[in-house]
Design a protein around this ligand. Structure first.
Ligand SMILES: Cc1cc2nc3c(=O)[nH]c(=O)nc-3n(C[C@H](O)[C@H](O)[C@H](O)COP(=O)(O)OP(=O)(O)OC[C@H]3O[C@@H](n4cnc5c(N)ncnc54)[C@H](O)[C@@H]3O)c2cc1C
Length: 219
């Protein structure tokens, strides 16, 4: 695996290039930590659509899945150009001026085309990755997909190649300006995402203990 993504004209960060990150370790880390990916593509009429989805990375590929009947799946499977974005907001950056307000974040933009995965083993590996990346170890606790469910699900993947990362950290950018003399609170408010207390399903039979994977998640 290459340690950085190739910087081509389409994925070279031009605005604030100091915030750019092309290392695969950064890009893979953001893809793995982000809960949601936004998948953009243009339909036949040129209208862009940007659809939020769950995703999973396995090695050098990004996987998404959806219903056989989904427009997104049909369009991407037919070879439409796609752009996938994932974002993790780590903090709000509050400056003395409205203009300098910002966010601390890690983000990734991935360009390319998805292909339909037909190989049964690769499909199962991807389905396991979708489950285990959200709740590590959950796959081994649940009923695996049956033939009908597998038939109703399409799995698509895109190589992690034409990708870029971007990151911002630290205080507002007005620290060294004349705005620093303004008597308004400035700083960073961290954004923390945590899991809350698990709520049992209404029909859960009494005596069924919390699954180990969920206990680990909450702990
Ligand atoms: C949570 C969040 C909030 C933001 N809010 C704003 C805002 O309000 N206004 C604003 O102008 N910008 C905002 N940005 C930055 C924004 O994502 C763009 O980076 C910026 O606007 C420049 O866009 P551009 O198309 O001119 O970039 P260019 O540098 O011209 O883009 C060239 C290439 O760089 C890559 N690239 C661009 N942006 C990103 C990115 N964020 N992550 C990874 N790769 C990227 C893509 O491959 C793109 O094709 C925000 C970013 C995040 C993560």
């Amino acid at each position: 695996m290459s340690t950085t993504t190739p910087q081509r004209p389409r994925n070279r960060v031009r605005r604030s290039p100091k915030k750019a990150r092309y290392e695969r370790a950064f890009i893979d880390g953001v893809l793995d930590r982000a809960l949601v990916a936004h998948v953009a593509f243009a339909d036949g009429d040129g209208q862009p659509y940007c659809i939020p989805m769950l995703h999973a990375r396995v090695g050098d590929r990004l996987y998404i899945h959806g219903s056989t009947a989904s427009r997104l799946v049909r369009t991407l499977a037919a070879g439409a150009a796609a752009c996938v974005t994932v974002t993790i907001v780590r903090g709000l950056v509050l400056a003395r001026s409205a203009f300098e307000h910002s966010a601390n974040f890690d983000s990734v933009v991935l360009l390319g085309r998805f292909g339909l995965i037909e190989d049964p083993d690769e499909r199962l590996t991807a389905l396991q990755a979708f489950t285990d990346r959200l709740v590590p170890g959950r796959w081994s606790e649940v009923r695996p997909p049956n033939r009908k469910e597998l038939k109703a699900t399409q799995i698509l993947s895109m190589p992690i190649d034409e990708a870029s990362g971007k990151t911002r950290s630290g205080p507002p950018d007005d620290e060294d300006s004349e705005d620093a003399a303004i008597d308004t609170w400035a700083g960073e408010v961290p954004v923390v995402t945590t899991f809350g207390e698990p709520v049992p399903a209404p029909g859960l039979r009494p005596g069924i203990p919390l699954a180990a994977s969920v206990r680990r998640l909450a702990g």
